[in-house]
Design a protein around this ligand. Structure first.
Ligand code: 1GP
Length: 260
């Protein structure tokens, strides 16, 4: 077995969780990453920013040039870790620092509980990247987003915080080290505060929240409910300036934590 890369991302997530500080991950969808000089010009400042992580992945991406996308994004990432957020086992690249090794435990499709993982495991082993064992739950108000269509699973409703909590707890008991609750890309109904609180108050591992967070108000709500790291994708695609706004807000929020 190859040595896995040192746990840089796990340290970032652990530090956020323990310090109660908040983080931001920018999700870049490889289907929408234009791989043009204009992208690099537009986002060249990111490498010097306080962005915690860059996620790359998408539920629809099926091209075999995933490594090109990762290498391209590296130009604006600098030292910010690139984490693969895979939609399937073909979304792998040596140039990434880490991979969210997801099991979609809110659903009952064996392909996304363990099938894709078996296909990916030996490739990840040979690449030697850091592996982040992650319980992945889809939770929203009943909207069907692309991840539901692809995975052929339904989200757990926001109204059923008890079931979300029990599911996340099962993931924790199975040894997963991170929980990622996702409303789905572009969802109109983000994971509810009640759900975030139910998981945060009962399960002592880093909590990642994403899906449909398209305003500072929603970001603040997720932070206050207990998210350690918030993932944003669509809102930055629509308005690249929003990333800078989000990072300013995160800095302000963390500063207030220190003051109080
Ligand atoms: C989707 O959580 C991510 O899997 C991000 O969602 O694109 O809606 O921000 P958005």
């Amino acid at each position: 077995m190859q040595n896995q890369k040192a746990g840089r991302v796990s340290k970032i997530l652990k530090d956020l969780h323990q310090s109660k500080k908040k983080g931001v991950a920018w999700l870049i969808d490889p289907d929408k990453c234009p791989m043009k000089d204009s992208f690099i010009t537009k986002y060249d400042w990111v490498k010097n920013s306080e962005l915690n992580l860059i996620f790359i992945g998408g539920s629809q991406f099926n091209n075999n040039n995933f490594h090109d996308v990762v290498d391209f994004v590296r130009q604006i990432a600098g030292q910010i870790p690139i984490v693969i957020f895979p939609g399937s086992h073909i979304q792998l690249a040596e140039g990434a620092d880490s991979i969210l090794f997801l099991s979609l435990i809110s659903g009952r499709n064996p392909e996304y509980l363990i099938g894709q993982q078996v296909a990916a495991a030996p490739k990840i082993e040979s690449m030697g990247m850091e592996v982040l064992p992650t319980a992945y739950l889809l939770v929203n108000d009943g909207e069907i987003t692309s991840v539901n269509t692809i995975s052929q699973t339904m989200p757990i409703p926001n109204t059923n915080a008890g079931l979300v909590r029990d599911t996340a707890l099962a993931g924790y008991y199975l040894g997963m080290k991170y929980i990622f609750m996702d409303a789905g890309s572009g969802s109109k109904s983000p994971v509810s505060h009640e759900v975030i609180e139910a998981v945060k108050n009962n399960i002592p591992i880093p909590l990642i929240i994403g899906g449909g967070i398209d305003s500072i108000e929603k970001l603040k709500g997720a932070y206050e409910a207990g998210a350690d790291l918030v993932v944003l994708g669509n809102s930055i695609e629509k308005d690249p300036g929003f990333l800078a706004e989000v990072l300013d807000y995160k800095a302000y929020y963390n500063l207030c934590l220190n003051v109080n």
